[in-house]
Write a protein that binds this ligand. Structure first.
Ligand code: 13P
Ligand code: SF4
Length: 365
């Protein structure tokens, strides 16, 4: 088997041999014939070749908020990663079918917390700190983790509403348990005035709480997870720009480390980054610390600005990039034939609890 075929395991080889023009014709044809029976949302980190066909584009929050539009269709072909398609399935009717064009489009951060580890951690932490812990999970987590959080009175969070949600959690209970992205948790709690000295780290591999101070000082417990794309941005890259190009504004996503966020000029969710660029004065210079497809798209769509990536080697999300023209064409033709592949379904019990966590977020967003 060729390297290309190995890379695209699951998809019939014929799709990999089609020209770009043929694949585009297939996708346009299915979309035109299926009309409103089909909904195609795409995350901002998707490739341009996919985004061009999107019925809605957005960040994680916006894509959760379009669930109603999905329900009005028969099928959603989700151009994003696995946890987003799970959320779409959980927020839509049971009769609605959600398809992920490539099952390998996962998220390495979501894979850093499983339900067994989470239950174990919560048992240990509750024994140590009592019942005063409220869990919040970044939506970049499995449905099982969302269900765990829902069962314990907590909610999901996206980078767009993290401030509101963390504020709410800290008002509800004494200690916030934030999964699975330590950086978003730390950056958000710090922005709300919680000192770093009151934040502990839960290491799920060692089953160990990392904290220097006294237990009574713990206000936030951060799961030791991170995004493999955003961790590639460093303070060194920012310092380099400060030296060589001091007028360039540094704009980063809060999945970057606290040191990077602290050294930047501005930080915020994907939607915030887009908004800052849309409002920027012509001629201004920007170095953006987020996923490469979005940075490239912003640079192309805003020729009046000078936009570069904060990382000179750029940072693609490899799993987001797995959705491409061949997989989209394949998924759509299968849907039209009434034989969908890569259906994402979350069982009813998990959905029941996870939806509680999602609804607590949606009603506060
Ligand atoms: P947002 O869409 O919430 O900005 O999150 C970015 C991300 O990493 C999605 O996987
Ligand atoms: Fe996961 Fe990071 Fe990719 Fe988002 S950018 S899907 S958090 S690995």
């Amino acid at each position: 088997m060729s390297f290309d075929l190995l890379r695209h395991e699951g998809i019939p080889a014929s799709y990999l041999q089609q020209t770009e023009a043929d694949l585009i014709a297939i996708i346009e044809g299915v979309k035109a014939r299926m009309g409103s029976r089909l909904f195609l949302p795409a995350h901002h980190y998707q490739k341009d070749e996919v985004v061009q066909f999107a019925d809605a584009t957005g960040d994680s929050l916006q894509l959760a908020q379009v669930a109603k539009q999905m329900t009005e269709a028969e099928y959603t072909v989700f151009c994003g990663v696995h946890f987003m398609a799970e959320t779409a399935d959980m927020l839509t009717d049971a009769s609605h079918t959600v398809v992920l064009p490539d099952m390998r489009a996962g998220c390495s951060m979501a894979d850093m917390a499983n339900d067994t580890q989470t239950e174990r951690a919560f048992t240990i932490l509750t024994k140590r700190f009592g019942e005063s812990i409220l869990p919040l999970t970044y939506v970049n987590s499995t449905a099982a983790i969302k269900a765990f959080v829902g069962r314990h009175g907590g909610a999901t969070v996206t980078s767009s509403n993290a401030v509101q949600m963390v504020k709410w959690a800290l008002a509800e209970r004494d200690i916030l348990f934030f999964l699975p992205d330590q950086h978003l948790g730390r950056n958000t709690a710090h922005a709300l005035g919680i000192p770093l000295e009151q934040m502990a780290i839960w290491d799920p591999i060692k089953d160990e709480l990392v904290f220097d101070g006294e237990d009574q000082d713990v206000r936030v417990i951060l799961w030791k997870g991170h995004c493999s794309v955003h961790e590639k941005f460093t303070v060194g890259q920012i310092e380099q720009f400060r030296k060589t190009d001091p007028e360039r504004k540094i704009l980063v996503h809060p999945e970057c480390s606290h040191e990077v966020v602290a050294a930047s000029d501005l930080n915020g969710s994907t939607a915030y980054i887009i908004q800052q660029i849309e409002q920027a004065a012509p001629g201004t210079k920007w170095a953006i610390g987020t996923e490469m497809n979005l940075v490239n798209r912003l640079a192309t769509t805003h020729p009046e600005l000078d936009i570069v990536s904060l990382n000179p080697f750029m940072c693609p999300c490899l799993t987001m990039n797995r959705i491409d023209l061949p997989h989209l064409a394949w998924a759509l033709e299968q849907v039209e034939a009434g034989d969908p592949v890569n259906i994402i379904t979350v069982d009813a019990e998990t959905t029941r609890h996870a939806v509680l966590a999602l609804e607590r977020m949606l009603e506060r967003s």
